[in-house]
Design a protein around this ligand. Structure first.
Ligand code: HEM
Length: 420
């Protein structure tokens, strides 16, 4: 199926009744009264259930999850067109934005419409190439910590490193350093309470996202109360980071023009006359950055290690490319180096394609719309799995297939993935 932007998502035209299918005419699993299809979808691996649904009912199907009506769209062209149609005609999903707001100050992820544009402006001012470039030495130093830790673990007496734990700690350290300008060093100090609070907060967001009933609006369970307490502590800590960033900007005014991390960029933007940005916006977006950046990068890195371990030829080619460029250095000295690692970049893209860190995206319309020829009532959540139905290996991009030692095409990446 192909789709153009105009047919992908259009308001319902007058007299179009015969030209389109109705949402209720889509195939999908039979459900129970009230509960709908709860129980048929695995709450812990929701995306896998949805992918299985695509295999069974095709690229467009419907289901109901309690009161939530869902239409699944698994056509790349249609998905692309729908995403391009946000924020004009689609919200990210009132459920997600209410949920994020219920557990902390608002940021770019929980905002919609003009509020989103305002928050987005703030975020893009901070997340720019100059900030990333200036951040690189700190990023390199944080990565070296992991290299040192794992090199020590090579010794016969040291226990084998807990790969997932260490990678997660590293990405948390990196995102907190980038977003807040602080070195929390959870890699070497597991007792720091901040990461545990951030973890508790994310764990609750995940649990609430999967819960069919928003019970926390009426009463709180013990984990919800713990999460509320964690949010209060994180906000206090981040408020302190804002004060420290402001003190740095006062001591070195040049940082206002050329901030060294997101927090400094946010505070500089906040302090401009008539900025329309508040300290709460700064705190909300600093927390959003950690939320957006930590788990996505750690799970991508973990999957990369897993896939490379399964494909030693690919791992060897990647290592040879890195060694040829860096020699004895263990991490790239600057961001310019990354331009010279095309095979490594291709591996990262392939990992993201096979194991996308955000395996599904969702949109919701506030008015009835036509999506791919289907009349979708307002309030229906359109869920879009990001992974191709059959995740087959792709041929190596042409520029790489002619490169020496690039054995990607002949090496077989897993053809299907049911694990995650
Ligand atoms: C493998 C790594 C990553 C993946 C796969 C990923 C994926 C995504 C996806 C799919 C979205 C769109 C969400 C939506 O519109 O519903 C998104 C948005 C966003 N991501 Fe990432 N992300 C990654 C890393 C990061 C990092 C490291 C940061 C920052 C430190 C970050 C910051 C953001 C922000 C701020 C948005 C929201 C943009 C907006 O609403 O305008 N992401 N990301």
């Amino acid at each position: 199926m192909t789709a153009t932007t105009s047919q992908a998502s259009a308001p319902v035209p007058a007299g179009a009744a015969a030209a389109v299918r109705d949402y209720l005419d889509l195939p999908g699993p039979r459900g129970w009264p009230v509960l709908g299809n709860i129980g048929q979808f695995d709450r812990r691996s929701f995306h896998l259930s949805v992918e299985a649904g695509v295999a069974q009912w095709g690229p467009m199907f419907r289901f109901r999850y309690g009161r939530m009506r869902v239409m699944v769209v698994s056509d790349p062209a249609l998905t692309h067109a729908l995403l391009k149609d946000r924020p004009q005609n689609w919200l990210r999903g009132t459920r997600l934005s209410k949920l994020l707001s219920s557990l902390g100050p608002r940021g770019v992820f929980s905002a919609e419409g003009d509020d989103w544009r305002r928050q987005r402006k703030l975020v893009t001012r901070g997340l720019n190439p100059e900030v990333i470039r200036k951040f690189h030495p700190q990023l390199a130093e944080l990565c070296l910590r992991l290299v040192r830790r794992w090199s020590q673990a090579d010794a016969a007496t040291a226990p084998a490193p807990d790969l997932m734990r260490d990678i997660k700690a590293l990405t948390l350290d990196v995102t907190v350093a980038l977003a807040m300008g602080e070195d929390v060093n959870t890699l070497e100090h597991a007792d720091n309470p901040l990461p545990m609070d951030i973890h508790r907060l994310f764990e609750r967001i995940g649990a609430r996202l999967r819960s069919p009933v928003p019970y926390w609006r009426w009463f709180k369970l013990a984990p919800d109360r713990q999460a509320d307490a964690a949010v209060a502590r994180v906000q206090t800590a981040v408020g302190g980071f804002v004060d420290r960033a402001r003190a740095r900007l006062q001591a070195q005014p040049a940082l206002r023009e050329r901030p060294g991390n997101l927090m400094e960029a946010f505070v500089a933007a906040r302090d401009e006359a008539d900025s329309g940005v508040s300290d709460t916006d700064v705190i909300g977006n600093a927390m959003t950055m950690v939320f957006a950046g930590e788990d996505t990068t750690s799970s991508t890195l973990c999957w990369a290690v897993y896939l490379l371990a399964q494909h030693p030829a690919v791992a060897a080619t990647l290592a040879a490319e890195v060694d040829a460029l860096l020699g004895e250095q263990r991490v790239p000295p600057d961001t310019a180096c990354l331009e010279h690692l095309p095979y490594t970049e291709a591996v990262v893209h392939e990992v993201l394609r096979l194991k996308p860190a955000a395996p599904m995206m969702a949109l919701e319309s506030t008015q009835e719309r036509i999506v791919g020829g289907v009349r979708v009532p307002a309030g229906v959540l359109v869920m879009m799995p990001m992974r191709e139905r059959r995740c087959a290996p792709r041929p190596l991009p042409r520029r790489l297939s002619s490169a020496p030692n690039a054995g990607w095409a002949s090496s077989t990446w897993p053809a299907t993935h049911s694990a995650g």
